[in-house]
Design a protein around this ligand. Structure first.
Ligand code: NAD
Ligand code: ZN
Ligand code: ZN
Length: 352
C-alpha cells in the first residue's frame, strides 16, 4: 500500500523579508517527473535560514518562502523518472535541491556552482514543512541505520565543513583552527577534523562553547572576546608556535575574516565558509605573499561529498550536539541564533 499523503500540511512561512515566520496550513505539492516528495521528520536550523529571513545577502529569496535545508525524512512519492530511489527510503533535503546536471560545472561535479541550481529554503521551498519536494538526483541518500533526528544537521553543516576540510588540504597530524567552533558548523567541523586525524584549535566565546570544544577533543580553545591578542594566542596554541596549517572560518562576523591570514602558518590555507552580511576579506599583501598564504571560498559540497559526510556519521564518527523543539517554535530558535546563544545546533520536529 502506498503511503497516504494528505492534501494539506503545517509549515513555517516567511511572507515578507525580515519575518516573522508564521506557522500555517499550506497545500502539499506533487512531485514532478524527476522529483521526490519527502515526508520531513526533522530539520536542522542553519544560520543561513536566518540570513534568508533577514534578506541580508545580495541574492533574493522567493516569497512567500518555506525555509530549511537540513531536512531528514522518508520518500513518500516520486515521479516516473526517479528510478534509483524507492518509496520508504530515508532521504535528506539539502541546500542544493537540484541542478541542471549538464553545464560545465555540473559535468565536473561542481554542482553548487551551477547557475541553474535550486536552493532549498531560499529559491525553492525547503524543509520547514511536513512534505518537501526535491530533485531525485540530488536528494541525499540516508542509510536506514541512521537516526533521522541526529543526522539532520549533517545535511548542511556536516557536508559543508567536511568539504571545507578537504579543500584545505590539511593532512593527518596537522592542525586546523576552527573559527566559530561552538556553533552548528563549528561543532561538526571539530569532529570531522578529528575523524580525519587532524588536531584542532577552537575559537569562539563563552563557557558553554569552551566546554563543547573540550568535549570534542580540541587541543586548545581561544575565547575571541577575552583574548588580549587572538593572533598570538592561536599561534601559541600550535606545538611549534608557527600557527595552524589551515583555518576553517565558520563565524558570522567580519572580524575573523580579516585576522585569519595573520595567524595561519606560512604556506597555510584559509577556508572561508561563513557568510556574514556585507563582509569583506582583507589580508596584508606583503605578509600574505612572503608567507605564501592561500585564501579560498568553500560552498557546501557536491553529491559525492554529501554521501561521504553521511558515511562518516553512519560509521558513528560524528556526534551531533543538538536540542529539539517543535516546528512551530522556529522563531524562538532564530531569536537565540541572532544573539549568538546557540551551542551546537537546534533541530525542529515537524510533528509539532
Ligand atoms: P551559528 O550561529 O550556529 O554559529 C556561528 C558561531 O560563530 C557562533 O558560535 C558564534 O559565537 C561564532 N562567532 C561569532 N563571531 C565570532 C568571532 N569573531 N570569532 C569566532 N567565532 C565567532 O551559525 P552556523 O549555522 O554554524 O553558520 C555559520 C555561517 O556559515 C553562517 O553565515 C552561514 O550562513 C554560513 N554557511 C555557509 C555555508 C557554505 O556553504 N559556505 C553553508 C552553511 C552555512
Ligand atoms: Zn546551511
Ligand atoms: Zn549545471
Amino acid at each position: 500500500m502506498p503511503p497516504q499523503i494528505p492534501t494539506e500540511q503545517k509549515a513555517m512561512v516567511i511572507e515578507k523579508t525580515g519575518g516573522p515566520v508564521i506557522y500555517k496550513t499550506i497545500p502539499v505539492a506533487k512531485p514532478g517527473p524527476d522529483e521526490v516528495l519527502v515526508k520531513i521528520k526533522y530539520s536542522g536550523v542553519c544560520h543561513t535560514d536566518l540570513h534568508a529571513v533577514n534578506g541580508d545577502w545580495p541574492l533574493p529569496t522567493k516569497l512567500p518562502l518555506v525555509g530549511g535545508h537540513e531536512g531528514a525524512g522518508i520518500v513518500v512519492a516520486k515521479g516516473d523518472l526517479a528510478t534509483d530511489i524507492e518509496i520508504g527510503d530515508y532521504a535528506g533535503v539539502k541546500w542544493i535541491n537540484g541542478s541542471c546536471l549538464a553545464c560545465d560545472f555540473c559535468q565536473q561535479s561542481d554542482e553548487p556552482l551551477c547557475s541553474k541550481a535550486l536552493l532549498s529554503g531560499y529559491t525553492v521551498d525547503g524543509s520547514f514543512q511536513q512534505y518537501c519536494i526535491a530533485k531525485a538526483a540530488h536528494v541525499a541518500r540516508i542509510p536506514k541505520s541512521c537516526d533521522l533526528e541526529s543526522i539532520s544537521p549533517v545535511l548542511c553543516a556536516g557536508i559543508t565543513v567536511y568539504k571545507g576540510l578537504k579543500e584545505s588540504g590539511a593532512r593527518p597530524g596537522q592542525t586546523v583552527a576552527i573559527v566559530g567552533a561552538g556553533g552548528g558548523l563549528g561543532s561538526l567541523a571539530q569532529q570531522y577534523a578529528k575523524a580525519m586525524g587532524l588536531r584542532t584549535i577552537g575559537i569562539d566565546t563563552g563557557e558553554d562553547k569552551r566546554q563543547l570544544c573540550k568535549d570534542f577533543g580540541a587541543d586548545a580553545f581561544v575565547d575571541f572576546k577575552t583574548s588580549q591578542n587572538v593572533v598570538k594566542d592561536v599561534q601559541a596554541a600550535t606545538a611549534d608556535g608557527l600557527g595552524p596549517h589551515a583555518v576553517i572560518l565558520v563565524a558570522v562576523n567580519e572580524k575573523p575574516f580579516q585576522q585569519a591570514a595573520e595567524y595561519v602558518r606560512p604556506r597555510g590555507t584559509v577556508i572561508c565558509i561563513g557568510l556574514p552580511a556585507g563582509a569583506y576579506l582583507r589580508a596584508p599583501v606583503f605578509e600574505s605573499v612572503i608567507r605564501m598564504v592561500t585564501i579560498k571560498g568553500s560552498y557546501v559540497g557536491n553529491r559525492k561529498d554529501s554521501a561521504e559526510a553521511i558515511d562518516f556519521f553512519a560509521r558513528g564518527l560524528i556526534k551531533v550536539p543538538f536540542k529539539t523543539v517543535g516546528l512551530s517554535e522556529l522563531q524562538k530558535v532564530y531569536d537565540l541564533m541572532h544573539d549568538g546563544k546557540i551551542t551546537g545546533r537546534y533541530v525542529v520536529d515537524t510533528s509539532r
